[in-house]
Design a protein around this ligand. Sequence first.
Ligand SMILES: Nc1ncnc2c1ncn2[C@@H]1O[C@H](COP(=O)(O)OP(=O)(O)O)[C@@H](O)[C@H]1O
Ligand SMILES: [Mg+2]
Length: 253
Amino acid sequence: MNRCKGARHVMSKWKKTRVLWKKAELRSNIPETRKMTRETLKEMLNRYQMVYVKPDVGTYGNGVMRVEMKENGGGYRYQNGLKVRSFTSFDPMFESIRKHTRRRRYLVQKGIHLTRYRKRRFDIRVMVQQSPKRKWEATGVIGRVGDPRKVVTNVHNGGKITPIETLLAAYMPDKQKRVFVSRLKKLGTMAAKQLHRQFRGIKEIGLDVALDRQLHPWVLEANTCPDPYIFNKLKDKRIFGKIARYARAYGRI
Ligand SMILES: Nc1ncnc2c1ncn2[C@@H]1O[C@H](COP(=O)(O)OP(=O)(O)O)[C@@H](O)[C@H]1O
Ligand SMILES: [Mg+2]
């Protein structure tokens, strides 16, 4: 069952990003995001060399592309799904990208060079829910390790659910991991509260968080209808138990 309708579900990534951006304490965790035009794509590539373009309304990583500008006038390339295309100049590349985006609204976002686990990129899903007592609480943090051939980590695109502790093990000792995870949870509840100020109907959010090479967390998107069942894959069944209990209380499952 999937009860994500009406006020519970905000689909536009643009609207959600703008609301998050308004909160000063969150701003350092929100990658610059613009509506994609020929000009904004060019500008953002000059600024960041690597950007992601994605449909304003989309899921499962579908239509998400990684666009790169090589150093010293070395040309451009982009990857969509498994397909990589290279160009010597910007305009033909933009025309090619445009064929995929058509009339849909697309966004362009600063690209984050994701941390890796066994050479594969991973990002993090932070589940935040309204408790039966109506308090926002981060109930689960989980990692997703991407298919090495792809530029997205989504489970529907071959991403593998992995405990966050496993992914962080190469980067820090256990004690520090606990502190790090509680910081991610704090970021999650702050984002949920901020979105809830604007979108009063939401009961849960699933934050996609990327870590860059300095382990700085960046919010890639906030899902208002996150899949609770990915947490059922964890050995520790208490985590999904609580997520399901909360989700039942607000009638999501
Ligand atoms: N700015 C970015 N930098 C690096 N990776 C990104 C960026 N934006 C998206 N991704 C990758 O693409 C995936 C899908 O993007 P996302 O914005 O979450 O769209 P969707 O709604 O399709 O899940 C992310 O989980 C991440 O792996
Ligand atoms: Mg996502």
